[in-house]
Design a protein around this ligand. Structure first.
Ligand code: DC
Length: 237
């Protein structure tokens, strides 16, 4: 493992891409290797989806949902590794990974006013943690357009479905592969066709297809590229 990126200057690295590309694990590993903080923005949308369900808010009542999310004061506990998310000061990491939350989160993430709130919150986090690997769908395109390094991870839907089924099996949840593949394709479609902050590969991002790569290979590729890019930035034009 190489050393932490030993500069005080801000370094934002964005990692976007669809579900099942290993984004979350890859981002955490990359952040650890480079000595940067790690932000999981999907956790923020998942938290909003959990609030919708647990507060019995009607899907049409988006104003009510946004008020509840504002009241919840979503924030991360940065003393944990990876940082845990809290709503009303209660840790909700376990809750946000449950199947009912996953089933509605794409809908919740398509609410434009909610996205504006999340984007503002993420930029505040970026100013408080300016040495950051942040992962999501719109981090390089919308939230941090001036990020030092941008990645877009992709993989074919079948590979992504297989990874997800495997992940759930480790937790004791059995899900049919075909069904998972259909769910993933549907979620991709919702995430990439919404009008606000759609899932997309920013023009200046490095696209990495992880279909045939191991986790280590993906992280090695991203680490190598990030170190080169950061070194050339520090050298100046
Ligand atoms: O990465 P994930 O599966 O935890 O993301 C959950 C949902 O939130 C997914 O439907 C995409 C959405 N999301 C988003 O729209 N924008 C982000 N920056 C992060 C996640």
């Amino acid at each position: 493992m190489g050393a932490a990126v030993s500069v005080d200057s801000p370094v934002i690295i964005t990692i976007d891409g669809p579900a099942g590309t290993g984004k979350s694990t890859v981002s955490q590993m990359l952040a650890a290797r480079l000595g940067l903080d790690f932000l999981d923005t999907g956790a923020m949308y998942r938290a909003a989806a959990a609030i919708l369900i647990d507060r019995n808010i009607d899907r049409q009542e988006t104003g009510e949902l946004i008020s509840a999310v504002l009241g919840a004061d979503l924030h991360f506990d940065w003393s944990q590794d990876p940082p845990t998310i809290l709503a009303w000061d209660n840790p909700i990491d376990h809750r946000i990974r449950q199947a009912d939350v996953t089933a509605v989160v794409s809908f919740v993430a398509s609410i434009a006013d909610l996205r504006h709130h999340m984007v503002r919150k993420q930029r505040v986090i970026g100013s408080q943690h300016p040495r950051l690997v942040t992962e999501g769908r719109d981090q390089g395109s919308v939230v941090f357009p001036d990020a030092a390094v941008k990645f877009y991870l992709d993989a074919n839907p079948e590979v992504r479905a297989r990874r997800r089924v495997h992940q759930l099996a480790k937790r004791g949840d059995v899900v049919d592969l075909q069904e998972m593949c259909e769910r993933i394709v549907k979620r991709d479609r919702m995430d990439s066709t919404r009008s606000d902050g759609p899932l997309m590969c920013p023009e200046d991002a490095i696209r990495v297809d992880t279909s045939t790569l191991s986790l280590e290979e993906v992280v090695d590729t991203l680490e190598r590229y990030s170190r080169e890019r950061i070194a050339s930035m520090l050298d100046g034009p």
